[in-house]
Design a protein around this ligand. Sequence first.
Ligand code: ADP
Length: 588
Amino acid sequence: MAPPTGAALIARALHELGIRVIFGLVGIPVVQIAEEAIALGIRFIAFRNEQAASYAATAYGYLTGKPGVCLVVGGPGVLHAMAGIGNSSGNAFPLLLLAGSSETHLVTKGAFQEMDAVSLLTPHTKIAIRSGLDSIPQSLTTAYRTSWYGRGGPSFVDLPADIIQGEGEETTAYIVPSPPKAGSDPEKIKLVIQLLKSAKAPLVIVGKGAAYAQAESVIRRLINQTKIPFLPTPMAKGVLPDSHTSNTASARSTALKGADVVLILGARLNWILHFGEEPKWNSGVKIIQVDISAEELGKNNGDPALGIIGDINVVTSQIINALEGWQYNTSSSEYVKALKESEAKNEAKAAQAAKVDKTPMTYARTFNVIKDTLHKLSPPEDGGIVYVSEGANTMDISRSVFLVEHPRLRLDAGTYATMGVGLGYAIAAHCAYNLPSPDAISGPKMSRKKIVCLEGDSAFGFSLAEVETMARYGMDVLIFVVNNGGVYHGDSEDSDEWLEMQQNTIKGKAQGGLRSSSLGWEVGYEKVAEMCGGKGFLVRTPEELAKATKEGFKASVPVVINVIIEAGQAQKLGFHGNNIIAPFPKHK
Ligand code: ADP
């Protein structure tokens, strides 16, 4: 029998590591690896752009709690996939990136797609190595383990063409068991317990690290027992049900400002949590941060003396045991009273906004029509829908509208605020939840899930070719494009005015009024689905939207619902993409 090729050995090592899905885009010579992997029963999801493939692998890592794998060609393929390296690192999601490269004996001669990817990626990954023919299992196993153990992050293996095409000897990959879990020093737990018990206004913040750690049962126990109010970060929605009585999400500002002791489970004190600093936080607040990464403790306003290094599952369990049934007295708490008042006020405001009935629709109306329709088709308690949301305003405004009752059912632009992740994430979610013998754990009833994308028109544009990927693999993803004709708050409200401006630009008359945030007016995004066998809907009214949502939900092909909403509206509401940019003057 002929000795196995490097490609076959790579595929076998990946298979032995338990990898069942690879995201990527092939070319010479990595196509041989993909083909060998397919022959072993690994699913290769072939994308239209490495960027989306690399994003998908990061999301798959997050959803399954194990590294997601991405395979690309060298040179330009690696450069495109660097987007995923940044996304993995920024979000602490485990990613194993594999790439081809030119033959080792041709290095420096200007070989096909020649690039020194190891040097390029070393500063941006936990480990970046080049594999030899004899070290294939060892290289892959080490990179896989390194991306997974400790805080999740990216790792990279460079696979030169002569290794892929060479002939090697049969070897076995090492088994990589799940990462060991560390607990805390008992003295530290005692200190934490004292602080929590003496707090007048305690708060638990749950981050996406807790969702990634699949720590929902123990965190649910902690909150149910102690009755401490909690606040989920955007992707931690569902670790505790949104409908939980201790959820203070709709009184977020009051909760942060009023808290005197805060227990943080799996979140960083970065921009999402206003660095733990004034004016959003109370100046004297005591922050107890539980994190797997020692380097995280003491950052910004975190007190390293109160930080606990350890796994959330283990440490939270230690805290529960040490509390011995203690409960926060919510009935006599001024803090809880203030939270309830603020919740009632904010919820009334949101209910009012949801009722504004005009055409073109507002953001609030749009999301409420979608929510009411979807909730009837799949009640939130069943956990049958995964929401993927991106686009500054679409993401921000929709976040509080949709109820998420189970963990890992909401993905968004994340720590890096990366726009363009949506379609890759949707494909990853489909693979994690809907392939036979799914890898992801979710809630008590693991069932097939509908993947629903809420995309701003700008965010959708980053990777709309991936609708074809969805169609090719029979992924019945339901995509809403919330179309206001521009980045952030959208463009002119008057289509005649917009067309005139565009004509002027085409004729070379100045800039014609098109702003840097302008996108095409009422672009027919629904046609992207139609062109590859999916279904498209163009809707303008609540009735049309509800009907299309119903049909789209039941479809077995990808669906794009292009929802024309009121342009310029977020600007009026005071949303300016997290205040990153100043509002524009109206163009004339
Ligand atoms: P969010 O975006 O929700 O605020 P971040 O991504 O900023 O969350 O933070 C997640 C944190 O969770 C990271 O600092 C990461 O190190 C930490 N983390 C991940 N897994 C675990 C775990 N098993 N135990 C403890 N901390 C964890």
